[in-house]
Every structure is written in structure tokens, then in C-alpha cells.
Write a protein that binds this ligand. Structure first.
Ligand SMILES: NC(=O)c1ccc[n+]([C@@H]2O[C@H](COP(=O)([O-])OP(=O)(O)OC[C@H]3O[C@@H](n4cnc5c(N)ncnc54)[C@H](O)[C@@H]3O)[C@@H](O)[C@H]2O)c1
Length: 275
């Protein structure tokens, strides 16, 4: 049974790997022997993350500059990685824009509200979160198809499954039309990733490629205490997640332990979507 979780030597590309959750995915796969590759448009934190992983696990990870909105950039990253490692075994589509819902607005309008939501922000969010996953799945997936094996994991969200409860973003004293909300683009990107997961799982089922989604709940990252309390009340377990609480699921989805699983959404949210 333990051998099923062994991913020794697998090359795992994590888009948005420099971010809060991406670095936890990198640590997770390294702890089980895989080679994490941080693929990010911002590689600033990447060397530090890889040093830490090397110190903790003895695994030497890799990094690659990657803009998920550009097919040229993704193809160049794949070429670089196949030159160095020979192949890519796992793709984690993790990059997304996560606008923090702001408490203050100096403008005459609140940007996040649906009534005046700009197509610029809509297009930018869909470009990174959804088109980015489409392009990476296409380019890395074609490579996996040639190798007749591969795993794709799409990082969705509990908000792929339920609507945001906009009451938790409310700010005392603001008029209704100035109240910040979770943007519509976030829900659409995440629901789109679930559809992409199911589509590709079936499309490549006979090519040795498994495609699953992880739907994480909100991660505590020193947000405003009022927000944390309001969100925690919506979660049966009464608290937000720690970044490390998704690590086992990532290893499970990467490994042979999930070999009969494709097209599924693994929801880990403290029970939020059950209520
Ligand atoms: N943080 C949460 O509470 C939470 C909850 C549920 C789901 N998620 C999802 O988990 C994933 C990671 O979230 P996070 O909190 O770590 O976000 P983050 O903002 O910390 O990291 C996102 C990373 O994506 C990178 N990125 C942005 N545009 C890119 C591009 N064009 N090409 C390549 N990389 C790009 C950024 O540089 C950044 O390193 C996201 O898909 C997010 O929606 C997060």
C-alpha cells in the first residue's frame, strides 16, 4: 500500500508555484520523492522555496519561468524541462489571480461589484485562471500523450461548487453599491476548471492520462480577523485551512494511490460545501 504513494523521481510542474499554495504542493511532492518544478511568472521567491525543500527533503527541485497565458512561454518551459529531466509526469494547474476583496475603495465605484464589473478584469482573470489551464493542459498534455502517461491536477476551489456568500465581505458603513464582493470571474474560472477536468478526463482516459480537480476551502493567511470569524462560521469545522492541509491530497492525486480516479473533484473544505 505504501508503495502506491511513492512518486520518487516524478517530474511535477506546478504553475503559480511561487505562491502560498503552490509552494505547499512543491513541498508535498518532494516529501514523497518527486522533483518539484516551480513554474511561475514571478520566480522571485522560487530559489528560497527550493532551498528550503532541499534542506528538508534532500530533493533538488527546479524552476522555470512560465507565463500560463502564453503558449510560446509554455512550450519553451516544456522544452527546457524535457532537456533537463527527459519528461514531465505531472502538471498542477495552480496559477490564478486571487484578488483580495478590498475593504477600502477610493474610487467613486467599487470595482468588484457585478453591475459595473469591467471586461478588462474579467478577461485578465479568465486568461490566467482558465485559459492558462487550457494552454498548459494542451501543451504538457500532448507531451504526456506521447509518453502514454501523465497526471493533470486542476486547483479549483470550494467556490467552484457554491456561490460566494457575499455577506462575509461586507464593510460597516459603506453604502450598498460600494460594498465589496468576491468577483464573478473567480466563480466562473473555478467552475470552468471543473468542466475542463471532466472533459479532459474522458478525452484522454485511454491515453494513460488522469485528470482530477482539487477544490480547497479558504486558507488562513493573516486575513482581517472580522473576515476570518465570519468565514469560520460558514464552515462546520469552524476554521479556515492551513496551507499544509492539502499536501496529502496532492500526493494522493499525483500517485498510483489514485490510479482508478479520473474526472473527479476532491473537495477539502472543512465541510463548508455540505452546509
Ligand atoms: N488561498 C486560498 O485561500 C485558496 C482557496 C481555494 C483555492 N485557491 C486556489 O489555489 C491556487 C493558488 O492560490 P494561492 O493562494 O497560492 O495564490 P497566490 O496568489 O499566492 O499564488 C498565485 C501564483 O500564480 C502566479 N501567477 C500569476 N499569474 C501568472 C501567470 N500568468 N503565469 C504563471 N504564474 C502566474 C503568481 O505569480 C503567484 O505566484 C489558485 O488557483 C487559487 O484560486 C486558493
Amino acid at each position: 500500500m505504501r508503495n502506491n504513494f511513492d512518486i520518487t523521481g516524478k517530474v511535477v510542474v506546478i504553475t503559480g508555484g511561487s505562491g502560498l499554495l503552490g509552494r505547499a504542493h512543491a513541498q508535498a511532492v518532494a516529501e514523497f520523492g518527486a522533483i518539484p518544478v516551480i513554474g511561475d511568472i514571478d520566480l522571485g521567491p522560487a530559489a528560497g522555496i527550493l532551498d528550503e525543500i532541499h534542506k528538508n527533503t534532500g530533493i533538488k527541485g527546479d524552476l522555470v519561468e512560465l507565463d500560463v497565458t502564453s503558449s510560446n512561454s509554455i512550450a519553451a518551459a516544456l522544452e527546457q524541462l524535457t532537456n533537463v529531466h527527459g519528461r514531465v509526469d505531472v502538471l498542477i494547474n495552480n496559477a490564478a489571480l486571487n484578488p483580495s476583496v478590498s475593504n477600502k475603495s477610493d474610487d467613486s465605484k467599487e470595482w468588484s461589484r457585478f453591475e459595473d464589473f469591467s471586461t478588462d478584469v474579467w478577461n485578465r482573470d479568465l486568461d490566467v485562471g482558465l485559459t492558462g489551464a487550457f494552454l498548459c493542459s494542451q501543451i504538457f498534455g500532448n507531451h504526456m500523450k506521447e509518453n502514454k502517461h501523465g497526471v493533470i491536477i486542476n486547483i479549483a476551489s470550494d467556490l467552484a461548487l457554491i456561490a460566494p456568500d457575499q455577506r462575509i465581505y461586507r464593510v460597516e458603513g459603506l453604502s450598498e453599491d460600494m460594498q465589496p464582493v468576491k468577483p464573478v470571474s473567480y466563480s466562473v474560472v473555478k467552475a470552468g476548471l471543473v468542466a475542463l477536468t471532466k472533459y479532459l478526463a474522458v478525452y484522454w482516459a485511454d491515453q494513460g492520462i488522469r485528470v482530477n480537480a482539487l477544490c480547497p476551502g479558504g486558507i488562513f493567511d493573516n486575513q482581517d480577523i472580522g473576515f476570518v470569524n465570519k468565514l469560520s462560521e460558514l464552515i462546520p469545522m469552524g476554521r479556515m485551512a492551513e496551507p499544509s492541509e492539502y499536501k496529502s491530497a496532492i500526493v494522493f492525486l499525483c500517485s498510483e494511490a489514485s490510479r482508478y480516479m479520473t474526472g473527479s473533484c476532491l473537495t477539502i473544505d472543512g465541510g463548508r460545501t455540505v452546509w
